[in-house]
Design a protein around this ligand. Structure first.
Ligand SMILES: Cc1cc2nc3c(=O)[nH]c(=O)nc-3n(C[C@H](O)[C@H](O)[C@H](O)COP(=O)(O)O)c2cc1C
Length: 179
């Protein structure tokens, strides 16, 4: 069922929604493309996910108020750059609103013409396959055209704070949890 056809959407307190989802750690991914006049641009999302292997698809969500997404949508292509713990300044630059967000950010051009940010943990070039309106966001599906791992550990976001993933010590064989 389409969410817009619900007769009376359940009332959920926005504070509770934010608090609960603040408990869930996410990656930090810069979705990059070009403005209508060809300048590199992008925005940061915590909603980027793998979606399908055959064919290779990815997904993320964009607030309807985003001023960057309309340009990327009309380009029809983007690169998803998995930001590393060394790229907090890139994250800050691309998560603010305004012009010339790419100032000081080093990148190379993908075969799609989208900017791949240098020193990202990984990059994934995509074509926009579909876009669904979902409440106050758009849900985007991208078809992967190329991807590769880069360097560094992925940046993690949880409860409004940035951090890094720490692996537990390898458990002794008898402590291995059942799947
Ligand atoms: C860690 C983090 C995660 C974010 N996740 C999302 C997201 O999933 N979707 C979204 O629309 N905005 C998200 N934002 C906010 C956007 O990055 C930001 O509001 C947007 O880029 C503002 O600029 P724009 O109007 O040019 O898009 C996130 C910001 C940060 C710092």
């Amino acid at each position: 069922m389409n969410v817009t056809t619900l007769a009376s959407p359940p009332a959920v307190n926005p504070g509770a929604y934010r608090q609960v989802f603040g408990l869930l750690p996410t990656g930090v991914v810069a979705i990059t493309g070009r403005t209508n006049d060809g300048k590199p641009t992008g925005l940061v999302v915590g909603t980027f996910q793998s979606l399908s292997l055959e064919p290779a698809l990815v997904t993320f969500c964009v607030d309807k108020s985003s001023s960057t997404w309309p340009a990327l949508r009309s380009l029809g292509r983007f690169t998803a750059n998995i930001l590393s713990t060394e790229q907090l300044t890139v994250c800050r630059a691309l998560s603010r609103k305004g012009e010339d967000k790419f100032q000081g950010i080093d990148y190379e051009e993908s075969t799609l013409g989208t900017p791949r940010i240098l020193d990202s943990t990984a990059w994934i070039d995509c074509e926009v396959l579909s876009e669904v309106v979902a409440g106050d966001h758009y849900m985007i599906v991208g078809a992967v055209t190329a991807m590769d791992a880069g360097t560094g550990d992925a940046l993690v976001f949880r409860g409004g704070k940035f951090g890094e993933y720490t692996q537990w010590p390898t458990p002794a064989p008898t402590e291995t949890p059942k799947p």
